[in-house]
Write a protein that binds this ligand. Sequence first.
Ligand code: HDD
Length: 698
Amino acid sequence: MAKNTFETRTGEGGETHQQVAGHDRDKADAAHLTTNQGIRVSDNQNSLRSGERGPTLLEDFVLREKIFHFDHERIPERIVHARGSGAHGYFELFESLADITKADLFQRAGEKTPLFARFSTVAGGAGSVDTPRDVRGFAVKFYTREGNWDLVGNNIPVFFIQDAVKFPDLVHAVKMESDRAFPQAGSAHDTFWDWASLMPETTHMLMWAMSDRTIPRSLRMMEGFGVHTFRLVSAKGKSTFVKFHWKPKLGIQSTVWDEALKLQAADNDYHRRDLWEAIATGNFPEWELGIQLFDQAFADAQPYDVLDATKLIPEELIPVRIVGRMVLDRNPDNFFAETEQVAFCPANIVPGVDFSNDPLLQGRLFSYLDTQKSRLGTANFHQIPINAPKCPVMNFQRDGQMQMNVPKGRANYEPNSLAEHGEDGGPRECPMTGFSTSQGRADLHEQGDKLRARGELFADHYSQARLFWISQQPAEQAHIASSFVFELSKVQLAQVPPRMLANLRNVDEDLARRVADGLGMVLPDKSPAAREPFAMEPSPALSIHANMKALLEGRKVGVLIADGTDAAELKTFVAEIEKAGAAPFLVSPRIGGAKLSDGKVMKADGQLAGSPSQLFDAVALVLSNAAANDLAKQAGAVQWVMDAFGHLKAIGSNEASKPLLDKAGVIPDAGIVGLAATFVEAAAKRYWDREPKVRALS
Ligand code: HDD
């Protein structure tokens, strides 16, 4: 009997193209180069020509096929989030959430669900750099037993706009300007600030964007957020509002702005390499999944609208309950096939999770599938292994470009009576177990007239921007004010900075004054607020500095060595760093290494000029006095130490290295230490108190 169902290929145990093409051949044949039609290629060096020096022949199907395929290797890049890095892993549930949600992945404590995660910058193209000031995408595809669930979030819990209808304007404004195609990958230009200053609803997000959240040290060291209010739905049909959080095991760590700028020169792939190397060396990145749960009564009692994506719910009000963890334990086998072709979509949800009426989320439900059809070229992109669910897919959808499955049987419509006559009638709907939209007044707004309008509380654009500001520590506030100054100083349209300053006065007078002073401008009148902000208690959970983990685990220590370095001292020091869970990286003037005091050559991991200190979390100088005196005459070595000092990092050194420290202008403080165990403790931190000594901030 013909079967009307088909199993989706998963890429794990599913037939691969090579296997299909070579199914009749010996295993040994796998070493033979073939065309895409399976024809063995005899010569991959020379095209077919008429005589040794004659013209190439059109007849050469091997050449034509190879060049044809190459010509089509690129696909359109994502309109936003084009540059990203991904990895495979799993989600492990800590406790059953069966009382809150029927979602299969949340039922059984200890159970693991496979997943693929992709992190991205937003504005830059696929070939841009990893460390611009930008929001980071944080997208996770859970391959659950009941279908794929995509949690497509960012590393910031709020968003620039409240309604999806403004998304194209936001993206057009922030991306490179359409006539000149610059600047790439950054918001510090006219069109972004022109638009943002005319859109007061962006203010809260701007505060986050100007903070150190947008210059993360590592993808492994940033939080993730689902942003919107979603719903969890129990088997009894009870709906609970939820906000999703990812908390990094290694804590949140950011760079300082000067470091982020210099990282762009040092390593365009800084974050991609960091993620790859961590996984490749078995230091699997990990985040805990947390949920904030609340009900309608809580939502109704708040002075902001929980359907407004420019608002968050302070963790002090609704604590984040940790329910599981995500571990990334496998690098992709192929960047294009997996990281590039993965298609996340907020509309991919499973029974037990549901949407809210957040107008931004509602617009997203349309956008992703639509863009992916254009990006991946076929309505069948869900069959690509990285996108294919790892559970059976059974329906009557048929055909389309690049159909990879071969559905069998006559039934491609429903209802049908084929089963009654001995044929396979195909699948049927599942009223009990299928996805059903949760009912009841679970959202704030009841059905009403057709309107183009927003809820009243959406008009409050400043209360939470102020909440963010007052929740930051002094060094963080100085970074925010200085970022506004940096970005607005790049704006050439004279009308824009005053407009932005006028808006900032609604957030905080001190902030507005500091930015105006930094720009050397007069503070304009305050802009009228659509709704007067109300006071909120500070939320320490919003500060990076207040929550920083003093950890050396997962971090990198640059160790400068040269000829004459004491072998025993180096050995003990490196062992200490490794014991603390960090990776030592030996930097030497020559890549071949340094001849140590015991006469042996120690190979370096990197050469000084190619391994500037911004690549490391902390640095150490393990030099002989002669080498230190010699390096003190070399700009590259002096800069190496100066930058580590200026980027507020711990610097460990032995007595003999002092000439180099002195030449670099290092002023002793708690972060300037010896090489003993004190270094390990000191290196786990950054020295914010040092900052006023090395740069003027606003
Ligand atoms: Fe979006 C990609 C996150 C609002 C339209 N978005 C994209 C990605 C992330 C986000 C992480 C990259 C996924 C990947 O790695 O492939 N987007 C967000 C968040 C938003 C948000 C957290 C607000 C809370 N996005 C948003 C709106 C729209 C879009 C309002 C349109 C109405 N986003 C897209 C898109 C992208 C996308 C154009 C580009 C490539 C893709 O979808 O597959 O459809």
